[in-house]
Ligand binder design. Structure first.
Ligand code: MTE
Length: 342
């Protein structure tokens, strides 16, 4: 008899076999299958890509303010590092600085820790709902989750190495295994955000060491910004005199400067890089297609706004003619989602 585990393995093998030789664009092609995953600790997650591990949180799991790590969405552009040894791991800091530095995990752990509750959302969250369809992982509504991340402030490390006045951006490189000719996942953030007292080199998530899927042993956490800013398996920090030049800064992860019709072509020079998350709200219950008894129905969900706070959520039950205020949940933090109920 075939177990569910075997079934998922077969699906995975079929997806790998169907994968084209990697090209610059192949990382962005939509996944054909979606299924639930059967690997240790990740039960119930929706698999959006088998080639690299991309797992979506079903919206019915938006029921605890802090998402348990096994239910926290996973977004990988490349293969996860096959070997990660905390003893051998090193973080190098270089570029526009006075004193280049290499840190071991033990040295990093001696720096004063700081915690930030951050709602991490993939810039592509909700992509499958776009019309016309756009290439890329076809996320539903669950490429977003919230956790308490802890670790030293990036600022403390940058102060230790002495940032030169020429510093404009800070680049992060992870230990991803880059297949074929695919460009490596390297991005940079402006020096002001890097020096913000809430930007972290996180080593812990919800009180425990980071798991491999979420960037063990250390990752950047750039709170309130698109998830792509928060580089996992961090191994190199480089201070630059300009924005990093690479596929994941341009043409990747850019917004049109002015609103355009869905699907309309935009010239690269009329775009800017994505930074802070936009305001968004998701209904997590009742679920789409649910059968309900006639009468009063409670509607609940989560709303978030990147670097801004949610102060009000309104809901309409008559297709937008009238709006009523929902009650907001008690749990709140600056970069975190706010639950609501109506
Ligand atoms: N860091 C590395 N090194 N490689 C990646 O593919 N994906 C980014 C970011 N950091 C990525 C990365 C993207 S697009 C997102 S949305 C977040 O990690 C997802 O973090 P998570 O997998 O912990 O949810």
């Amino acid at each position: 008899m075939n177990s569910r585990r075997d079934f998922v393995k077969q699906l995975s093998a079929a997806a790998l076999a169907a994968g084209a030789a990697p090209t610059v664009l192949s990382w962005a092609m939509p996944a054909q299958q979606s299924a639930t995953l059967d690997i240790a600790g990740e039960d119930g997650m929706i698999v959006r890509s088998f080639r690299f591990i991309d797992l979506e949180t079903p919206v019915e799991y938006f029921n605890t303010w802090l998402t348990p790590v096994p239910h926290f969405f996973v977004r990988n552009h490349m293969h996860e590092p096959s070997e990660l040894d905390a003893q051998d791991w090193r973080l190098t800091v270089g570029g526009e600085i006075e004193k280049p530095l290499t840190l071991t995990l033990a040295e990093l752990s001696k720096l004063e820790p700081h915690s930030v509750v951050n709602t991490l959302e993939c810039a592509g969250n909700g992509r499958s709902l776009h019309r016309p369809q756009v290439p890329g992982v076809q996320w539903g509504k669950g490429a977003v989750s919230t956790a308490r991340f802890s670790g030293p402030r990036l600022r403390d490390v940058l102060e230790r190495v002495g940032v030169k006045p020429t510093a404009k951006h800070v680049m992060f490189r992870g230990l991803d295994e880059v297949p074929g000719k695919v460009p490596p996942f390297i991005r940079s953030v402006p020096i002001e955000k890097a020096l913000d007292s809430d930007t972290l080199i996180a080593t812990r998530m919800n009180g425990a060491p980071l798991t491999k899927h979420h960037g063990f042993p250390a990752r950047a956490i750039v709170p309130g910004w698109v998830g792509a800013a928060s580089c996992k398996w961090l191994t190199e920090i480089k201070v630059l005199d300009a924005e990093f030049v690479g596929n994941f800064m341009n043409p990747g992860y850019r917004f049109p400067n002015n609103p355009v019709k869905p699907g309309e072509a935009v010239k690269p020079e009329d775009t800017h890089e994505v930074t802070g998350l936009n305001v968004k709200s998701v209904i997590s219950g009742p679920l789409d297609g649910a059968s309900l008894r006639a009468g009063k129905v409670s509607v609940h969900g989560a709303a978030w706004a990147g670097e801004a706070d949610i102060v009000k959520v309104e809901i309409s039950t008559d297709s937008g003619v009238t709006w009523s205020a929902a009650s907001l949940g008690h749990d709140q933090a600056h970069y975190a989602w706010r639950f609501w109920n109506y």
